[in-house]
Design a protein around this ligand. Structure first.
Ligand SMILES: NC(=O)c1ccc[n+]([C@@H]2O[C@H](COP(=O)([O-])OP(=O)(O)OC[C@H]3O[C@@H](n4cnc5c(N)ncnc54)[C@H](O)[C@@H]3O)[C@@H](O)[C@H]2O)c1
Ligand SMILES: O=C(O)[C@H]1O[C@H](OP(=O)(O)OP(=O)(O)OC[C@H]2O[C@@H](n3ccc(=O)[nH]c3=O)[C@H](O)[C@@H]2O)[C@H](O)[C@@H](O)[C@@H]1O
Length: 346
């Protein structure tokens, strides 16, 4: 029996982690850490790759099917001797010799994950199974980017890792939130049954440069709308809250989690909490004071409040976010203006 300290605590497997495969051992020169990033052509993934590539001891392999990601996000690394990019769908099996796996592949924006829900759930379930199978075969440590959506429409606020959530199993968001819940279950079953070294991050709303301009998520929508002089679309009621983490803080948290000794799950997010009306007013004030704010219909099962309790990340990883929303918005505005080719009015 595995020794489970507490829900949300550090869960310990009695099995030793699997050995690296003979092929990896037989390599002539293996000083480098070989790291696989699934979904590495996406928003968070590409920033993670940038950070990992800064360490000359890392070789990075990205696999991505380009559903919501783009080669453009990785253009600075294409052709680099320590970098490889593979077009691959994680719902198919993969064999690469690696030491660590950051498993991010999954569409994250609600409009994209709802677009083909069956594919989203396959990505979460079969994709995670495949990556765990790979981790088992080659003896790699694997980190899953789970989500605050595992808490559903939370009845506990702020959310701590030991909260089991309030999730609709048959709703339009279930392909994503229930998919991630199964992915977490698979991670722990492989850990307990096979001794795989696992890490689970529960990521709360993250924003920053390189988000798709028409991604559909709220920060990218409001910034693009403000720059294009279009009304900011606050979905009703507007009192729903989110807590926004800047992407460099997120990447720092993910790497600390991978390198540390705790399985997680660990919340990684910025506890600064805003209503969507407050966010719209902040973007209006900072980017375009003349823009209108309008209300539009919402979609089913939208969580009413969300804010991470980050005590565990703080105590176990020594992590806390550094960039406040008001400091992150201008960095994203600059990137969006460049890509939209709309300079700031003088
Ligand atoms: N950004 C956030 O606020 C947030 C919050 C919670 C969790 N997460 C998680 O973090 C991860 C990255 O999110 P993101 O914001 O960078 O999203 P993103 O959509 O920008 O990136 C996801 C990447 O995965 C790729 N992908 C999707 N399905 C795939 C498949 N079947 N096979 C291979 N590649 C596939 C996409 O093409 C894309 O490059 C996701 O797992 C997401 O669930 C993100
Ligand atoms: O952080 C998380 O755990 C999850 O957060 C987001 O899901 P969500 O919070 O619904 O993200 P948005 O689509 O950005 O919506 C946030 C809020 O803004 C509102 N919104 C969205 C878009 C818009 O134009 N206007 C608007 O008011 C929505 O109603 C919602 O209340 C991500 O997209 C998920 O991938 C991620 O797992």
């Amino acid at each position: 029996m595995a020794n489970q300290v507490s829900n949300g605590g550090n869960h310990v497997s009695t099995k030793p982690p699997p050995e690296p495969s003979p092929l990896r051992k037989a390599k002539f020169f293996q000083a480098n850490m070989r790291i696989l990033v699934t979904g590495g052509a996406g928003f968070i993934g590409s920033h993670l790759v940038d950070k990992l590539m800064q360490n000359e001891k890392n070789e990075v392999i990205v696999v991505d099917n380009y559903f919501t990601g783009s080669k453009d996000n990785l253009k600075q690394w294409i052709g680099h001797p320590r970098f490889e990019l593979i077009r691959h769908d994680v719902t198919e099996t993969l064999l690469v010799e690696v030491d660590q796996i950051y498993h991010l592949a999954c569409p994250a924006s609600p409009i994209f994950y709802k677009y083909n829900p069956v594919k989203t759930i396959k990505t979460n379930v079969i994709g995670t199974l495949n990556m765990l199978g790979l981790a088992k075969r080659v003896g790699a440590r694997i980190l899953l980017t789970s989500t605050s959506e595992v808490y559903g429409d939370p009845l506990v606020h702020p959310q701590t890792e030991d909260y089991w959530g309030n999730v609709n199993p048959i709703g339009v968001r279930s392909c994503y939130d229930e998919g991630k819940r199964v992915a977490e279950t698979l991670m722990f079953d492989y850990h307990r049954q096979h001794g795989i070294e696992i890490r689970i991050a529960r990521i709360f709303n993250t924003y920053g440069p390189r988000m798709n301009i028409d991604d559909g998520r709220v920060v990218s929508n409001f910034i693009a709308q403000a720059i294009r002089d279009e009304p900011l679309t606050v979905q009703l009621p507007g009192t729903q809250t989110r807590s926004f983490c800047y992407v460099s803080d997120m990447v720092d948290g993910l790497i600390r989690l991978m390198e540390g000794n705790n399985t997680g799950p660990i919340n990684i997010g910025n506890p600064g909490e805003f209503t969507m009306t407050e966010l719209a007013e902040t973007v209006k004030e900072m980017i375009n004071p003349n823009v209108k704010i309008i209300t539009v219909d919402n979609t089913p099962d939208d969580p009413r409040q969300r804010k991470p309790n980050i005590t565990k990340a703080n105590e176990l990883l020594g992590w806390e976010p550094k960039i406040k929303l008001r400091d992150g918005i201008p960095l994203m505005e600059e990137d969006f203006r460049k890509r939209l080719e709309i300079p700031r009015k003088k």
